[in-house]
Design a protein around this ligand. Structure first.
Ligand code: TYC
Length: 103
């Protein structure tokens, strides 16, 4: 067999697998019923925020409709969002926290 008979494999471009798992945002949603003080209480209890940070995040959601609370690993984001939403539900408020992947 001469060198010209050798079957050459087509070269396929392979994307290097360097993707890390995406970080996730926990997002606080505004509503018309949950008292401001209760929102701050939940932010302090679940996300370990100071009164001042909690107030700023609460007021941002109140004025703009939503606010990013924290960016972290997906499982932590989902657990915290559920914990915070459940706490509000137990107290009879419709306060909601959602999660979404970062771009
Ligand atoms: N908008 C609520 C009120 O006026 C307070 C509030 C703020 C509720 C932020 C939810 O994510 C929220 N009582």
């Amino acid at each position: 067999m001469s060198g010209s008979d050798t079957a050459l494999k087509p070269k396929t471009a392979t994307k290097p697998k360097l993707d890390w798992p995406k970080l996730h945002k926990v997002i606080l949603l505004n509503d018309d019923y949950t008292p401001r003080e209760f929102v701050i209480l939940v932010l302090k209890a679940v996300f370990r925020m100071s009164e001042e940070a909690g107030y700023r995040v609460m007021m941002t959601a109140h004025k703009l409709g939503s606010c990013v609370v924290v960016v972290c690993a997906r499982d932590i984001a989902e657990t915290r969002a559920k914990e915070a939403t459940d706490l509000a539900k137990q107290a009879g408020f419709p306060l909601m926290f959602t999660t979404e992947p970062e771009e």
